[in-house]
Design a protein around this ligand. Sequence first.
Ligand SMILES: [Zn+2]
Ligand SMILES: [Zn+2]
Length: 234
Amino acid sequence: MRLAGAGSGAGQLGALLLTHLHSDHITDLGDVITTRWVMGFPALPLTVVGPVGTKAVVDATIASLGADISYRIAHHEDIVDPPAVGVVEVAEGLAWEAGGVRVTAAPSDHRPVAPTLAYRVEHDGRAVIIAGDTVPCATLDELAVGADLLVHTVIREDLIAPIPVQRLRDICDYHSSVEQAAQTAQKAGVRTLVLTHCVPAVVPGEEDAWRGLAAAHFDGTIEVPRDLDVVKLP
Ligand SMILES: [Zn+2]
Ligand SMILES: [Zn+2]
């Protein structure tokens, strides 16, 4: 839905990159597969890049859509095949390349969720890092060196850790706090840090509090965007 809101439908995707197989990162996969399939004239195959285990999730997602797939094939004369989805499972190194865009992957650390990936997307001399869900780790540090922009999942440990419910506190032990993400950005020498996947959700007007926690550890620009905001590289 956000992709469509940003003006790029499922049909325009070059590839879909998954950092890991947690539900909050993959439950829209069926919509992307279906939309690309039924709105393509003809439908283009979709490439899904992800960690080992991605193929099983894609196969199961397509299997779960079996009834829908049969209805659409029965209904539309020009749809005769089920969705075509190619899966590229990567551990590290080159993950995808096309049209001057190069994506490399490195393992992140989101244990017990494993394997998980961070991505470096490079184009025209610029580099953007998608850290995904991770605690600080040397492989992410190395991947992010000298990048223009680091998009990093963050947790407000100062707000979550005091809650006397262990299941909520558990969130902290496999995500980076705002401070840790800022330290990763500083160590790598990136120009801009974008906080995303914020837990708890950022209350409108509280962005400066989030920014302040990061600014204590990072000298660059800090963005706390809302959905569909655009961050331009300088
Ligand atoms: Zn996760
Ligand atoms: Zn997540």
